[in-house]
Design a protein around this ligand. Structure first.
Ligand code: AMP
Length: 600
């Protein structure tokens, strides 16, 4: 382990002397099931009929205990990883809790990820078995409704130091890396949620709408279940239009959003929300900028807004700032692009900023329940989880640049490395570049993330267009290896990558080039597809994608579209008086099919 720098340090302590109230969240959920057996624990509206499927706390406890018994019979216990492969559903919730109750650690295998990536995760984590419809990497499979077999089973005693889950995040060396999170860290986080958001023992109802492979989702998953509230699951085919509708529901207490959602919700709600909506919006996952607060306020006039920060290595979130009226008043002095403070640490957390002369520096996080490290990556673990002398306490080097303001609040300014966020998802540009280089015919590749004219990933590829490597083929290869949000929106051929004076890749030059092309496409050109409403729809499509022209035979995703651009297209069409659902744009093979119902 390397040390924490002995230079100027600014330390922000959220440590308190209160001992945790249980040894794990499993214990808290068990207690809750006994307290409110008749209350609804998990509810899910089905996309098809709109009817709700509900499970009460007593049923939840029974289902979890049964599956946990079976898992114990399969040899699951402390330190054993169990893959869980299922769409968002009550069965998925039961499976995750059962793995924890059996003493094991869950590894969520999102069916939306490429099979190759899931196989790697299962093998890397050495999963004992996979709960779900199919196996990966030759591991045993157990159905989600597996029943225990006859015979005695000893219940697991879950200890704070036991592994609770393994979560994979993008890795700069070209492979995703598994983060090992222990019960102590998860419990500490959930206890903070209870302290901060539970008013006078009132149950909390939340909406889970984001993928569980993103630890941001764990706040919405666990808080209701330890307070006797309702965990509402958004249907799998959830669209942004439905998210906008769902969070206007006044019975919701907590909703988690990324700043990327703001623009989408604005488009879906035409900038205004008529109802008060959720009580608390917990925003995080990427930098929240001052200019976004007014938009949030217009959408949710009476919600409490919180900016919440933390990396998965420090378990979901470690720092928070409530944006109340006085805070918003203070923000009047901020420029729209300025990052907002992420505030102060949660209990049992210590934040250190290794300040340089300008007052900013790398942020380190210490305290109870940091992740144990990265799976099978001892060197990276040693360089990221460092020891502070002389007491030997461990801190995680976040890679985030931060500063502390006059009020003692922390602001995250950005990063000095090549890690970026795409719609709230953490992405190492190096991982995409490695995936590109692994494709036959690619000689070199560099990826940048643009913010203008819109947030997008652009790849510059040497070798593309030569031999037999064309864009659709390269895109298909990447889709087999990478999650959808990591597949570059644009793939451009280049003869050679530009180098800076010190012979390093000149990423800044590529970024400038990508933004220049993107802006030129949006400003100068309009597509030529005749007149009338259909032509307007095609024109709107070209505009949201930032391309010069689109053809009826084009595929929206192949042009670099994603769920957010689809949402923007639906909103643009709505303004033109054309009814178009974003899910249709994403699900159809060609634009002609997507626009089939539009009369010219
Ligand atoms: P993840 O591990 O996916 O949660 O990503 C963690 C990273 O997201 C952090 O290291 C930051 O770079 C960024 N991040 C998360 N929340 C915030 C926030 N509220 N403000 C600024 N950056 C954030």
């Amino acid at each position: 382990m390397t040390e924490v720098s002995a230079g100027v340090r600014y330390s922000l302590k959220g440590l308190d002397g209160v001992a945790p109230s249980a040894s794990s969240v499993v214990e808290l959920i068990d207690r809750q099931c006994a307290r409110t057996p008749g209350a609804v624990a998990v509810a899910m509206a089905t996309a098809v009929s709109g009817a709700e499927r509900r499970i009460g706390y007593a049923e939840l406890a029974g289902d979890v205990a049964r599956l946990a018994r079976r898992l114990r019979q399969e040899g699951v216990g402390p330190g054993r990883v169990v893959g869980v492969s299922a769409e968002r559903s009550p069965e998925l919730v039961v499976a995750l809790l059962a793995v924890l109750k059996a003493g094991g650690a869950f590894l969520y295998l999102d069916p939306a990820l490429p099979a190759e990536r899931l196989g790697f995760m299962v093998e890397d984590a050495d999963a004992a078995l996979v709960l779900g419809p199919q196996g990966f990497a030759g591991r045993p499979v157990l159905p989600l409704d597996a029943q225990p077999v006859a015979g005695e089973v000893e219940e697991a005693a879950v200890a704070p130091g036991d592994l609770a889950y393994v979560i994979y995040t993008s890795g700069s060396t070209g492979r995703p890396k598994g983060i090992l999170v222990e019960h102590a860290g998860l419990l500490n986080y959930v206890e903070w949620l209870v302290t901060e958001f539970v008013a006078a023992g009132k149950p909390v109802t939340s909406l889970l709408h984001s993928p569980l492979g993103f630890d941001f989702s764990l706040s919405s998953l666990f808080l209701p279940l330890v307070t006797g509230g309702e965990l509402r699951l958004a249907p799998v085919e959830f669209e942004h239009e439905s998210l906008a509708e769902a969070i206007q529901d006044q019975t919701l207490d907590l909703v988690r959003l990324t700043p990327s959602h703001i623009e989408v919700l604005r488009a879906a709600l035409d900038g205004r929300c008529d109802l008060p909506g959720a009580r608390v919006l917990l925003i995080g996952g990427e930098v929240l900028r001052a200019g976004q607060v007014a938009a949030l306020r217009a959408l949710f006039p009476s919600a409490s807004l919180y900016n919440h920060y933390g990396p998965a290595e420090a378990v979901v979130g470690r720092c928070f700032q409530r944006l109340d009226e006085s805070e918003e008043f203070r923000l009047a002095g901020y420029a729209p692009g300025d990052p907002l403070p992420v505030g102060r640490p949660i209990p049992r957390t210590e934040l250190v900023v290794e300040q340089g002369p300008d007052g900013a520096g790398e942020l380190l996080i210490g305290g109870l329940g940091l992740a144990r490290g990265y799976l099978n990556l001892p060197e990276l673990t040693a360089s990221s989880f460092v020891r502070s002398e002389p007491d030997g306490r461990v801190f995680y080097r976040t890679g985030d640049q931060a500063a502390v303001d006059a009020q003692g609040r922390l602001t995250v300014l950005g990063r000095a490395d090549d890690q970026v966020k795409v719609r709230g998802y953490r992405v190492e540009l190096g991982e995409i570049e490695a995936a590109l280089r692994a494709v036959d015919g690619v000689r070199a590749a560099a990826v940048v993330r643009t913010v203008r004219p819109q947030e997008a990933l652009w790849a510059f590829v040497v070798g593309l267009g030569q031999s037999r490597l064309d864009e659709p083929e390269l895109r298909a290869e990447l889709q087999r290896r990478l999650p959808a949000y990591m597949v570059p929106h644009r793939l451009l051929a280049l003869d050679a990558l530009p180098l800076s004076a010190n012979r390093k890749l000149d990423r800044a030059a590529l970024l400038a080039e990508a933004e220049r092309i993107g802006l030129a496409a949006t400003v100068d050109k309009v597509p030529s597809v005749g007149g009338g409403r259909l032509a307007e729809a095609y024109r709107a499509c070209a505009q949201v994608l930032g391309v010069a022209e689109v053809r009826p035979t084009d595929n929206f995703l192949a042009l670099g579209g994603d769920s957010i651009t689809a949402m923007k297209l639906a909103a643009a069409c709505r303004r033109l008086g054309i009814g178009l659902r974003s899910v249709r744009v994403l699900a159809t093979d060609t634009l002609a099919e997507a626009f089939a119902g539009i009369e010219n």
